[in-house]
Design a protein around this ligand. Sequence first.
Ligand SMILES: O=C(O)[C@H](O)COP(=O)(O)O
Ligand SMILES: [Mg+2]
Length: 411
Amino acid sequence: MGGRHVSKRKSVVLIIMDGLGDRPSAKLHNKTPMESAYMPNLNRMARNSICGLMHPFREGVVCGSDTSHLSILGYDPEKYYTGRGPFEALGLGMKVEPGDIAFRANYATRDGKIITDRRAGRIDKSTEQLSKDISFKIDDVTIQVASGVEHRAALLMKGQGLSDKVRDTDPHEVGREYNEPEFIEEEGRKTSYILKNYMKRMRSILDSHPFNLDLISKGKLPANELLIRGAGSAPKLEPFEKKYGMKAGYVIGIPMIKGLAEMIGMEKIAVDGITGSTNTNYMGKIKAVAEGVDNYEFILVNIKATDVAAHDKNPLLKKEVMERIDEAMEPLLGLRDRALFILTGDHSTSSVNGEHTGDPVPIMFYGDGLNKRESEAFNEKSCSKTGFSLRGLNVMDYALQLTDRLEKYGA
Ligand SMILES: O=C(O)[C@H](O)COP(=O)(O)O
Ligand SMILES: [Mg+2]
């Protein structure tokens, strides 16, 4: 359908707590992190909201953060998704041009061919020098690596005749060998050949790199592998403002989602100390939102910390993160006449098995003048009791109609 902005309406603020939903954990006496966290602010908001569950894409689909964010922002991933790589590269300030192929990359630890840690111990030292030293040309193809938060990086290939039809080298599980970047369709033959040569040289540079020798001497895991996944070329996405008629800003620390926001033309709202991890400036993020509601008609926020804790199978940390988020929410309580706040996750991540799941995610629409479907608390179980649920692709339309922005469907 798509909406048109006709006059000054309430702003819309979409706060995505990454990997928010979870499953009960024995470490939390069979409760989820949201159920066991002390969240007076979020629970108070839930008692004054439309609450329910949101299926990021379709019921049961296990989304990545890329496809789920696209879907929740109203860009059908089946039409627009061309792989995760380009978002990662853009989020790190790389220039992704037509014909380029980008990958998400992980600094990882390798023993022989076996990957012993996909995140090199979630490395906390800057890998910038490593990335510079493993950026070089193979034949006519330039390969650039840029470092992101913790173990994260992006790899960008520029040259003629490249394709994304190559296999991830990331085995996606520890204790397994890395994969060779074989082509999966004939058009990927050249890319596969270049990458195979690249990988050999990259490994020998990382093996003897002083950065890694230093880590090893300190008894830490070396970053002696660069795993790649999510190959893709730049997608063509309609700018957000053109699509919805709303000037949009973003408060995001994690590069991939930043890349997506940049790609659809959102403006960066700068906040000091946002890290894309559990040590982020929670208060600063929400304060920036409170200050931004009069300058922007739409603000996208991503808080990555919830997902990081869950991927590390640490439900206690995820519970603590929820408490930090709850504390930070206070300034929003008094703003419900000025904006519609949508609080949800992009997908569920189980802190029991450390993986994304297809479980729906709690969602609340908080603002004044709504037909409330209140939930006594903001968590998986309580939110399911309202009986309200929607798909990610419908979240934007729902927000537009709640803020009187949608035109009539029919006459
Ligand atoms: O944290 C991220 O960037 C991803 O969502 C998980 O990726 P990883 O398993 O490579 O850390
Ligand atoms: Mg995510």
